[in-house]
Write a new protein. Structure first.
Length: 140
């Protein structure tokens, strides 16, 4: 019985290549494909982590705005101050809010909008929350 090494020289060159393994070009193409796939996975992961951070900021900013609106309801003042600004501490960060009160078509009802930012000058806002407010019952 002949060994494999002895039978290979008898085969055609195209058949012999199949039995000898991959060429250098085939290995390099495979490495290129794996490398590009790895880069794409890393970019997708990075984009996902950046999105998670942004979602966290929007969530906390919404809490700050809702806290301000709840404070207005608890204070039960009427009429409301047309504009106000303030700062809230949440999760070891300073959050800046600005409130604006505008009249509505309904008598004795106003719209309150609160913008929240990490910037004290409010050049860029993260979120804004709107609600409607009527005078407290005992003051009508």
């Amino acid at each position: 019985m002949k060994s494999r090494a002895q039978t290979l020289p008898q085969l055609k060159s195209s058949t012999r290549r199949k039995h000898l393994g991959l060429t250098l070009i085939e290995v390099m193409v495979a490495l290129l494909i794996f490398g590009l796939t790895g880069v794409a996975v890393l970019k997708a992961t990075n984009d996902n982590l950046a999105g998670v951070s942004q979602i966290k900021d929007v969530t906390i900013a919404t809490y700050v705005a809702n806290n301000r609106l709840n404070q207005i309801h608890i204070e039960r003042r009427w009429p409301l101050q047309k504009e106000a600004k303030g700062e809230s501490k949440m999760l070891d960060r300073s959050w800046y809010w600005r409130q604006e009160v505008t009249k509505t078509e309904v008598d004795d009802m106003v719209q309150i909008r609160v913008w929240v930012s990490l910037d004290p000058e409010m050049k860029t806002t993260i979120t804004d929350v709107v609600t409607f407010y009527a005078p407290p019952a005992e003051q009508t």
